[in-house]
Structure formats: C-alpha cells, structure tokens
Design a protein around this ligand. Structure first.
Ligand code: 13P
Length: 253
C-alpha cells in the first residue's frame, strides 16, 4: 500500500446540484481522515460548483477532448475542465472505450493534451470476462497501458493508473485479492520498465470494480494497491466515507 491511499469517487452520469450536499459532506469528513487522499470526479456540469465548495478533496473530470479548442460540438477540452477547477481527469474508462468507441490511440492523445493543460491523469485499463477466461487479461491490460502511457520525465507527479476489470464494474462482484495482486504486480513491472523505479514508485495503481465499505479494507491491503476508483458507492457521503475510513485504517500508524 502506498503511504497515502488515493480514494477517488467517479460519479459517472449521476448528479445535479441537489447532490452538492453529498460532495460537501464528503469534503468535510475528508478533513478528519488526512491519511487518505480523497477526490471526486463529478459530471462536467458540476465540476465548478463542487470545486467552489471543496476545501480538502481533489476535483477532477471524467473525460476530455484531445484538441485544444474549435468545432467539436458537445465536447470539452482539458483546458476548459482545468478552468472549471479540475485538477485531474479520468481517461480511458471502459465505459468510454465501449460506449464511445474510444481507441488506445485516441486515449493516448487525450493523455497528452491533459498533461499539457497541467492536469493529472488517472488512466484506466481493464479486460472483459472473455479475455480473462481466455487467460489473456495481463497481456491485454499491459497492451492498453503501453499504448497510452506518455513518455514524460515527471510521470510520478502526473500519473495514476486504475485497473478496472470490466466484469467487476457495477456487478457487485469485485475481483479476488489474488487476481488484483497479480495484475497490479504486472502493471508495476511495466511502470518500472518505462519510467525507472524511482519515478514508478510515485505512481499509484488504483483498483476499481464494485469496491464498497465491506471489501475496501481487504482490497486496500493488497500489495501494490494504492487506492480505489469507486463508482456506485461514491454517490452518497455515507457509503463513500465507509471506504475512506477503511483506507485510513489500512495505513500504518
Ligand atoms: P462501481 O464501483 O460502481 O463498480 O464502478 C467502478 C468504476 O467504474 C469506477 O470508475
């Protein structure tokens, strides 16, 4: 476990201004759990409002366009989300890869433009059930990462990786600790190879997929798990804080 676990809530396409009270409650409570780094990625429409309310937690976006500006109806650029108060952006989530046909090459471009705009990136990877059953999960995930990880000097300050097996997202069936450990170990080897051990050591590898307050302490104690990317259980302060408390307890006193 990294010294300070990173617990990130991904609200996906959920949340109107009525949910600002949940974000506020998460922010206030996060101030009591300083051993954990807490962050929220609300929908784009709420980034600015959550940013204005938050004193402790980091605020991020769930996607950005690879271009700087121009004729891209409906899209938002990295600079725009940074201007709204985002400090990081989640890229390459499987719901964008599947729902919007995002390729590794497009995701690589998005990573570059996010970093150029001064954002930190949470780069997601993860295999589907078929690929896992075929024994090809590791090869697939490392391929996704090799294609999209940027060649930069200060990777440790810029990057977080999130391993989210597709079959575990929203299903209530989190991956087994032994499978998480094996995959995170393989990802760490790749990061060591790409960036060198010193820079790699600063990059946290999050697990995502049906994390809740019950399984969080076990998952967060798995070697090479540096935190969690949480969907459904991040939508209320009560559920999300249960995970933050779990993260706090796994940090050695
Ligand atoms: P759930 O926690 O709802 O399974 O979602 C995980 C996820 O996709 C976070 O990005």
């Amino acid at each position: 476990m990294a010294e300070r676990p990173y617990i990130v809530g991904n609200w996906k396409m959920n949340g109107t201004r009525a949910m600002l009270s949940e974000a506020r409650a998460i922010d206030r409570a996060a101030q009591r759990y300083m051993k954990v780094e807490v962050a929220l990625a609300p929908p784009a429409t709420l980034i600015h409002a959550v940013h204005r309310e938050a004193e402790q937690i980091g605020i991020g976006a769930q996607d950005c366009h690879p271009g700087e500006a121009g004729a891209h109806t409906g899209d938002v650029s990295a600079a725009m989300i940074a201007d709204a108060g985002a400090k990081f952006v989640i890229l390459g989530h499987s719901e964008r890869r599947q729902g919007h046909g995002e390729s590794d090459a497009l995701i690589a471009d998005k990573v570059q433009s996010a970093i150029a705009a001064g954002l930190r990136v949470i780069l997601c990877c993860g295999e589907n059930a078929e690929t896992r059953d075929a024994g090809k999960a590791e090869e697939f995930v490392l391929g996704q990462l090799r294609a999209a990880l940027p060649k930069i000097e200060d990777a440790g300050d810029r990057l977080t990786v999130a391993y989210e097996p597709i079959w575990a997202i929203g299903t209530g069936r989190a991956a087994k600790p032994s499978d998480i450990e094996a995959m995170h170990g393989a990802i760490r080897e790749l990061l060591d190879e790409m960036y060198g051990e010193a820079e790699s050591a600063k990059i946290r590898i999050l697990y995502g997929g049906s994390v809740d307050s019950k399984n969080a302490p076990t998952i967060l104690a798995v070697p090479e798990v540096g935190g969690a990317l949480v969907g459904g259980a991040s939508l209320t302060a009560e559920k999300f804080l249960g995970i933050v408390v779990g993260g706090s307890e796994t940090v050695e006193a």
